[in-house]
Ligand binder design. Structure first.
Ligand code: UDP
Length: 411
């Protein structure tokens, strides 16, 4: 359409080199006109929707017809799936038959209204997982789980693995999340889109404009955490660490969060933090990618003090901007931050506070860690790497399916 343009793999050339782009184009060739669909449970809020926004467009740009649908359901459904999410990350759940009934019934209703006869179906996270029960498969089905599965509630996992085992492959974000199941498992770490509103370059004027718009003062250094309002992101811990650090250094804390449509707990978490607001502790709930970008760029220190974290796109996002990140020593954060090399990993409020102080007092250290951080992301966490992993997987299916068809013909 005139005047409109989407990001193409070629746009990545300046970051990843021409060889990578050529390789990706080659790998996409056998998949021309393939019809692929992704199913998840929210169009915005959270890392999965960020990944899908960029990935579906890149794949279409490569000639692979790739769609994206979401499952719908009443609040009860999302309250149950959020409890499952929590229990998969090590929390507790009372897995009653009522919960399982609602979960399966609502998924069935979604199966009725979604006609999935695609060449490949990719189902994301537990919310739409049981969909597979209700289709005659035309091609492979993949379950892509984005959450931290290192300590799943055993009973819940046993129940969900019944569905997972019907898939042709499953993908988790790091090797520690692999499970003892029959389904072949792949490890794909997520990645960021350097051209999205959240990550694209911004001028100092544009950054100032966003920060002024929300009355965020910039007279003191900014300490920032950007996260959905979720207990696993430990916003309380961030505030405590900031209060300790402030005894030694002057700074402003900004906690920016949003609430995903599939996360009914977000509002309560946000409300529970409001009593902590002060002149120098700013807590904002907005859906504004350019504000995320501006904060990650202007911050002296970004925190992602999660207690559990499937991957944590916010870590790579800030690292890409050359900002040093203090991350919780958990899950996917450990694969992005190498402690004391391109950022810091912490396991307690006190450690986080100490690292905040150290960074706020040492501009040179910030610059050193920040430049290594950007290079880490350029090498490992840009969308082209993730895309190529998907293409390799699709091509391996393609070969298998072609072989199967040929064997079928011979017989
Ligand atoms: N995000 C946002 N606004 C916010 C908070 C988060 O746009 O107020 C974005 C954030 O920049 C990142 C994604 O939401 O792209 C969160 O992904 P992440 O993997 O860090 O965590 P998840 O929410 O999936 O647990």
């Amino acid at each position: 359409m005139k005047g409109h343009k989407i990001v193409q793999v070629e746009d990545y050339e300046k970051h990843v080199g021409s060889k990578t782009i050529e390789r990706i184009r080659e790998k996409a060739k056998p998949l021309q006109d393939f019809h692929i669909v992704n199913v998840n449970s929210t169009y915005y809020g959270g890392g999965v929707s960020e990944l899908l926004s960029s990935m579906t467009l890149l794949m279409n740009g490569l000639g692979i017809d790739t769609g994206w649908r979401t499952v719908h359901g009443p609040p009860d459904f999302f309250s149950i799936t959020k409890k499952m999410h929590n229990a998969l990350q090590g929390g507790k759940i009372n897995l009653s038959s009522r919960k399982m009934q609602i979960y399966e019934d609502v998924t069935y209703e979604n199966a009725i209204r979604n006609h999935l006869d695609h060449d490949i179906v990719i189902v994301h996270d537990p919310q739409p997982l049981p969909l597979i029960e209700h289709y005659r498969k035309k091609g492979p089905w993949i379950w892509r789980c984005h959450i931290d599965l290192s300590h799943p509630d055993k009973k819940l996992w046993k129940y969900l693995s019944k569905f997972v085992e019907k898939y042709d492959a499953s993908i988790v974000s790091i090797k520690e999340y692999a499970q003892d199941i029959r389904t072949p498992q792949m490890i794909f770490m997520p990645a960021i889109d350097p051209f999205s509103i959240i990550n694209k370059d911004m001028s100092e004027e544009e950054i100032d404009e966003r920060l002024t718009h929300y009355n965020i003062p910039t007279d003191l250094p900014l300490v920032v955490q950007v996260s959905r309002f979720d207990r696993w992101k430990d916003p309380e811990g961030v505030i405590k660490a900031f209060k300790l650090a402030r005894k030694e250094v002057d700074a402003t804390l900004v906690l920016l969060g949003n609430v995903a449509t599939d996360d009914p707990e977000g509002v309560d978490v946000y409300n529970s933090l409001l009593s902590e607001k002060e002149e120098r502790i700013i807590i904002l709930s907005h859906q504004d990618g350019a504000l995320v970008n501006a904060l990650q760029r202007r911050a002296t220190v970004v925190l992602q003090k999660s207690l559990r974290e499937g991957f944590g796109l916010t870590v790579s996002e800030a690292m890409w901007k050359g900002t040093p990140v203090i991350g919780g020593n958990v899950g996917g954060i450990r694969y992005q931050i190498e402690d004391e090399v391109n950022g810091f990993l912490v396991s307690s409020v006190q450690e986080a506070a100490d690292r905040i102080v150290q960074l706020l007092k040492n501009e040179k250290l910030c610059a050193q860690l920040g430049s290594r951080a950007r290079e880490t992301v350029r090498e490992n966490f840009l969308m082209t790497r993730y895309l190529e992993q998907y293409l390799d997987l699709f091509n391996s299916f393609e070969t298998n399916f072609r072989l199967r068809t040929m064997i079928g013909t011979v017989r």
